[in-house]
Design a protein around this ligand. Structure first.
Ligand SMILES: *Cc1c(COP(=O)(O)O)cnc(C)c1O
Length: 412
C-alpha cells in the first residue's frame, strides 16, 4: 500500500469497544492473574508488564512507524536524543569507534563528545562520501552515522554507496532520518541502511507540541558480527540464536527503556500517532511552498547565496532526485554578514526558533544558536556562516510568505 494509505490505517490495535481512534493507556503497570502468567511474561517478553518498557499506546505508534519507514522493527522513545543514544548504545562497547558525518545536528555532536566520550568510544568525523568513510574505518568501527539531509548545509549523502560499504565491512549504517519526515520524504532502510533513528518532534508531530523519537531497524544477519549478540545475556540466552534480527531492537528496548528509562509518555505517543496521519500531506505542501520561495528569492540582490535542493543548480539536486520523494521544506539564505541576518530576522514577522517541522514557518540563525557551541572552524565546516539564516517552511499561503521575505529583505 502507498504511504498516504498506511499513514491513516496502519497501527490501530484491536479495541473491545470498536474505538475509531487510538485509546490512551494512562497506565504504569499491567497485572497478571497468576504466578504462572507473570513468570511467562517475564520469560518471553510478550505482553505488558510495566510502561517504562512497553505500553499499548506507544506500541501502536511503533506499528505505524514500521509501516511508514518500511522497517521490520520499531522502538519509540522519549525524544530524538534518546533514540540516537539508545541506537548506538546497543552496538557499542568501550574502545569501539564510530565514523560520523561532519556537520551533524549540534546536540548529536554533543552526545558523541560528552557521553560516548565518557564511555571510551571515539567518534571520527569525515565527509560522508563512501571513499572518505572507507579510509576512516578501523577494526574497532561499529557504526557509520549520517543524516538524510545534513542541516543546515542541506547535504545529502550517497545512501546506497554507504550501505554497500557498510555491508562489505560488516558495520551498521545508522541514518538519522529526522529530515526524512517519518518516511514521507525518504526511507533510508529501503536503500540499505540497517538502522534509522529519528526525532518525531519535528515533521511527524507537525505542530511543535510534543517531543518523541524512534529507532527503526530491519532484519539483517549483520548482528551476528557483534559480540553483544553472541554472548549469553542475563536470561541465559544468546540473543542472535534466540531472536535473530529482533536481537537488536530488543537490546535497544532493554537498555534505552527498561534500564535507562527514556520512555515516551502515552499521551505523547497518541499525539504523534495522530500527527503521522497528515505528515505526507504537510510535507508535500511545505515542499511546494519552499520551492516557490526558493525560485523567487534566488538572485535577489540582498541574498548572497540561496540553497534549496529543488533548484536545478543546487549541489544536492541530483541526490535529492534520487533519494527524496519531494525536495523538502528546508532552505537557507546567506545574507552575507551577521549584521544583515540580524536586521532581516528583526524585520520578518515570523517566529525565530531552534525547531523544525512546525506548522508555522520557523527561522533561525545557526551561527549564534544551534551551532554556537562549535569552534568557528567547526561551524564553517558544517556549512554555517555568520550570514546564514535557516528556514523551515510551514503551511502559510506561499504568497504571504513571499511578501514577508521580500519586505524584510528591503531593510537588510
Ligand atoms: C531535533 C533533532 C534531533 C533531536 O531530537 P529531539 O526530539 O529534539 O531530542 C536529532 N537529530 C536531528 C536531525 C534533529 O533535527
Amino acid at each position: 500500500m502507498e504511504y498516504e494509505t498506511l499513514a491513516v490505517h496502519a497501527g490501530f490495535p484491536e479495541d473491545p469497544h470498536g474505538a475509531l481512534g487510538l485509546p490512551i493507556y494512562a497506565v504504569a503497570a499491567y497485572g497478571f492473574k497468576t504466578l504462572e502468567e507473570g513468570a511467562e511474561r517475564f520469560a518471553t517478553g510478550e505482553g505488558y508488564v510495566y510502561a517504562r518498557q512497553k505500553d499499548p499506546t506507544a506500541r501502536a505508534l511503533e506499528e505505524r512507524l514500521k509501516a511508514l519507514e518500511g522497517a521490520d522493527y520499531a522502538v519509540a522513545l522519549a525524544s530524538g536524543q534518546a533514540a540516537t543514544f539508545a541506537a548506538l548504545l546497543a552496538l557499542l562497547r568501550q574502545g569501539d569507534e564510530v565514523v560520523a558525518a561532519r556537520g551533524l545536528f549540534g546536540q548529536t555532536i554533543g552526545l558523541f563528545g560528552q557521553v560516548l566520550g565518557l564511555m571510551g568510544v571515539r567518534v571520527r568525523y569525515v565527509d560522508p562520501e563512501p571513499d572518505r568513510v572507507r579510509e576512516a574505518l578501523s577494526p574497532s568501527t561499529r557504526a557509520i552515522f549520517v543524516e538524510t539531509l545534513a542541516n543546515p548545509a542541506l547535504y545529502i549523502p550517497d545512501l546506497e554507496g554507504l550501505a554497500s560499504l557498510a555491508e562489505e565491512k560488516g558495520v551498521a549504517l545508522i541514518v538519522d532520518n529526522t529530515f526524512g519526515a517519518a518516511g514521507a520524504l525518504c526511507r533510508p532502510l529501503r536503500w540499505g541502511a540497517h538502522v534509522v533513528v529519528q526525532s518525531l518532534t519535528k515533521w511527524a508531530s507537525g505542530h511543535g507540541s510534543v517531543l518523541g523519537g524512534a529507532v527503526l531497524s530491519r532484519d539483517t544477519a549483520l548482528w551476528a558480527r557483534y559480540p553483544q549478540f553472541l554472548e549469553k545475556d542475563p536470561r541465559g540466552q544468546v540473543p542472535w540464536e534466540a531472536l535473530g534480527g529482533r536481537c537488536y531492537p530488543e537490546r535497544v528496548r532493554t537498555l534505552g527503556l527498561s534500564l535507562l528509562g527514556m520512555a515516551l509518555s502515552p499521551f505523547h505517543a497518541y499525539l504523534l500517532f495522530q500527527g503521522l496521519e497528515t505528515v505526507a500531506l504537510r510535507v508535500a505542501r511545505m515542499s511546494e511552498t519552499a520551492r516557490f520561495l526558493a525560485e523567487r528569492l534566488q538572485g535577489h540582490p540582498k541574498v548572497k547565496a540561496l540553497r534549496y535542493p529543488g533548484l536545478e543548480g543546487d549541489p544536492a539536486h541530483g541526490r535529492a532526485r534520487k533519494y527524496l520523494s519531494a525536495f523538502g521544506p528546508m532552505l537557507t539564505l546567506d545574507l552575507g554578514s551577521q549584521e544583515a541576518a540580524s536586521r532581516f530576522l528583526r524585520a520578518i514577522p515570523l517566529p525565530k526558533a531552534a525547531n523544525l517541522g512546525d506548522a508555522r514557518t520557523l527561522l533561525v540563525h545557526p551561527w549564534t544558536t544551534t551551532h554556537s557551541r562549535l569552534p568557528e572552524e567547526g561551524r564553517l565546516q558544517a556549512g554555517v556562516t555568520p550570514g546564514l539564516v535557516r528556514v523551515s517552511v510551514g503551511l502559510e499561503a506561499p504568497e504571504d510568505l513571499l511578501g514577508m521575505f521580500r519586505e524584510a529583505l528591503e531593510v537588510v
